[in-house]
Design a protein around this ligand. Structure first.
Ligand code: ADP
Ligand code: MG
Length: 308
């Protein structure tokens, strides 16, 4: 705020005919449409009050309001980049303050989302997985048929059900998930692929920085949610019921597909989910399994262990 005030004073000093200059500036300020609008809304402001606060009005006039003169945040021409002036009248006083502008808020939101996406765990080899590599494999025909059906349908509209892919360690479940994700990316769907233990860690750590709701929301609302390796990490009943349960419930209601991989079939998973630090809760585990059945079709992936 200082630069404009001192600039104005210096300018006034230089001008010998101070009164004329002052009157010119006053007229220029009062003729400005934004100032006219403000004063029209506040008929209680007398000439004296206006004169007393003329510098504030001048400053308000000179600034871009909610990006009306700026093309981008980087090109913001205001004294404080990314802040827009707000003029208020209160009890015969005129107050000038600054708030974050639209463009700045937008940018902050983007940064926030970027952070959420980066927090997902996805190894490089999975990012590069290709469906054509999987197709050549005769062991996978049943699962692959379902995958190809899903991908084909997605070209028109995203199916409401994804897949629950189960099978033993090393048969290529995670790899297949990556390949599906890569195909869906080409169709411009947004995909969240996360490794289950990382999901639990991520949600728990979000309490420290208040991003809990935002993160859970992100998993609820992604076009396609992929949870890799569901199983033994579920020691917390709270995570099972309040986080996983609520994410699945939301997606079930909205018809948003989920892909899950696991070493367990659904009966075995139910047993795993029922045992937490709280003891054995069969009904609550059953509820999660019901939701999984609503958002996925289960299919077994078999074949040799490809890890060597
Ligand atoms: P799972 O998740 O079932 O335990 P992975 O997907 O991690 O198994 O696969 C085990 C290993 O085999 C990984 O190193 C993976 O990259 C590799 N792999 C799996 N499927 C294929 C495939 N179709 N083509 C090439 N490599 C594969
Ligand atoms: Mg895996």
């Amino acid at each position: 705020m200082k630069p404009i005030q001192s600039e104005l004073k210096a300018w006034m000093k230089k001008n010998k005919n101070f009164q004329t200059s002052y009157q010119n500036i006053r007229k220029e300020v009062l003729d400005d449409p934004s100032i006219k609008h403000f004063l029209a809304n506040h008929p209680e402001l007398t000439s004296d009050i206006i004169d007393k606060h003329l510098i504030k009005l001048y400053e308000y006039k000179s600034q871009s309001k909610q990006c009306d003169r700026c093309k981008s945040l980087g090109g913001c021409q205001n004294m404080i980049q990314g802040y827009s002036p707000v003029l208020e009248a209160d009890n015969n006083d005129i107050r000038l303050s600054y708030e974050k502008c639209h463009k700045r808020l937008e940018e902050e939101q983007n940064e926030q989302q970027q952070k959420l996406i980066q927090s997902l765990y996805m190894p490089k080899e999975i990012l590069q997985a290709r469906i054509s590599d999987v197709i050549q494999d005769e062991h996978r025909s049943n699962a692959l048929g379902k995958v190809l059906d899903f991908l084909e349908a997605s070209k028109q509209e995203l199916p409401k059900k994804g897949l629950y892919l189960y099978g033993s360690f090393g048969v290529g479940k995670t790899y297949l998930l990556g390949a599906i994700a890569n195909e869906l990316k080409k169709l411009e769907y947004s995909i969240s692929l996360i490794y289950m233990p990382e999901f639990v860690r991520e949600i728990k750590s979000s309490f420290k920085d208040d991003s809990f709701n935002e993160k859970v929301d992100f998993f609820k609302k992604a076009d396609i949610l992929m949870l890799d390796d569901m199983g033994a990490e579920m020691q917390s009943a709270w995570f099972r019921d309040e986080v996983l349960g609520s994410v699945l419930q939301y997606r079930m209601m909205e018809g948003l597909p989920v892909f899950i991989t696991s070493n367990y079939d659904l009966d075995q998973l139910e047993q795993e989910l029922s045992t937490t630090r709280n003891g054995v809760e069969q009904v609550k585990a059953g509820r999660i399994i019901e939701r999984i059945k609503q958002v996925t079709t289960d299919v077994k992936l078999s074949g040799p262990n490809r890890r060597s």
